[in-house]
Design a protein around this ligand. Structure first.
Ligand SMILES: NC(=O)c1ccc[n+]([C@@H]2O[C@H](COP(=O)([O-])OP(=O)(O)OC[C@H]3O[C@@H](n4cnc5c(N)ncnc54)[C@H](OP(=O)(O)O)[C@@H]3O)[C@@H](O)[C@H]2O)c1
Length: 331
């Protein structure tokens, strides 16, 4: 099969399509004939050699944390899927390929109303956003949520999920186009951080009380204002560290406001915890996709041969929502 294999690390030019053997489904796995995969920020770090796959190094290092496609092989203990099913899967890697194997419990049916092209843009960002809001943030209807990078893949999913689940959302973005997009996803208030300090906007928006949860991808540069933005008892969910991972922390504020700082990483999470998250998402989040209340947002679509261009585009911070890579037969 064709796959993008990392044989060296560096810029987008190291992404090369080559022939590798097809994977075979283990007893609890399905093999998916991949229709499409999608880019995640982590893929850029993996390409640069800064984010190796968890566990034993694979024979072929193939990036790609999510796919959609059709099941073409099932392991002997698999009960949830059959050959021919339209599925999407959360992976620890291997998605930039014509076929991939996935544990049946990390595989989800694609809702009928969603095309395979769109479904590829869904597993990683919707599970990350759902996890950040619920498992890590403990969010409830009526809560106020601050979502940074509101036009990113994960941000676009977090805003939609939070709004559909009865929360109020403020988002930060870096351009006017992204501001309009975050509003369209359902954010009640959007801040262009190049024109306005988000901490001032939070104070005004919450009448000085602060937000209940901050979903942060920025890290270092935002830590101090994130803590100030939280209401007493609030939670900072650390999902990414785009501006850096080292920052000094005002423990006095953490103590006085009884704050929680909660980190989260999906890729390296133990299998049983990942399966539990997928199970909860299927119960509480999947229906919102099936009814069309929330949707994966797609910015651009590239064929697999143009994956290097897709990486360069994501690195330029222009994308609003997801960048999809088509690999095989679509519906
Ligand atoms: N922990 C996990 O399990 C997990 C899972 C998935 C993703 N993530 C993380 O979630 C984040 C979003 O991922 P994604 O794939 O959705 O990303 P994405 O679509 O590429 O969007 C990232 C956006 O973040 C903003 N940004 C970048 N650098 C920034 C900086 N230094 N300061 C402020 N804003 C910056 C930019 O938007 P603006 O123009 O608005 O600034 C950029 O377009 C990444 O950090 C990723 O690693 C974590």
């Amino acid at each position: 099969m064709k796959a993008v294999v990392l044989e060296s690390f560096g810029g987008p030019e190291v992404l090369r399509v080559r022939e590798v053997p097809e994977p075979q489904a283990g007893p609890d796995e399905v093999r998916i004939r991949v229709a499409a995969t999608a880019l995640n920020r982590a893929d850029l770090m993996e390409r640069e050699g800064r984010y190796p796959p968890p566990g034993k190094p694979p024979r072929f290092q193939i990036p790609g944390l999510e796919v959609s496609g059709v099941v073409d092989q099932v392991g002997e203990r698999v009960t949830a899927f059959q050959i021919g099913d339209r599925v999407m899967a959360l992976l620890a890697g291997g998605g930039y390929a014509q076929a991939v194997v996935s544990h049946e419990r990390l595989t989800m049916p694609v809702p009928d109303c969603i095309t395979l092209e769109r479904a590829a843009a869904l597993p990683e960002v919707f599970l990350t956003a759902f996890d950040a809001l619920h498992e890590q943030g403990g969010a409830h209807p009526g809560w106020r949520i601050l979502v940074h990078a509101g036009a990113s893949g994960v941000g676009s999913a977090a805003i939609q999920l939070a709004r559909q689940q009865g929360m109020s959302v403020m988002a930060t973005v870096g351009s006017h186009l992204k501001l309009e997009a975050a509003r369209a996803f359902g954010a009640d208030r959007v801040v262009n951080y190049r024109q306005e300090k988000f901490i001032n906007a939070v104070e005004e928006w919450t009448g000085g009380v602060g937000v209940d949860v901050v979903i942060d991808f920025i890290g270092q540069d935002y830590l101090s204002d994130n803590l100030k933005a939280l209401a007493p008892g609030g939670t900072l969910v650390v999902v990414g560290t785009l501006s850096g991972a080292q920052a000094s922390l005002n423990l006095g504020m953490v103590l006085a406001k009884r704050l929680r700082i909660q980190g989260t990483a999906l890729r390296s999470r133990p299998l049983d915890l990942k399966m539990a998250l997928v199970r909860r998402f299927l119960r509480e989040g999947w229906g919102l996709l099936a009814s069309g209340s929330v949707k994966p947002v797609i910015d651009r679509v590239y064929p697999l041969q143009h994956v290097a261009e897709a990486h360069a585009y994501m690195a330029s911070n222009q994308n609003i929502g997801k960048i999809v890579i088509t690999v095989g037969e679509l519906d």
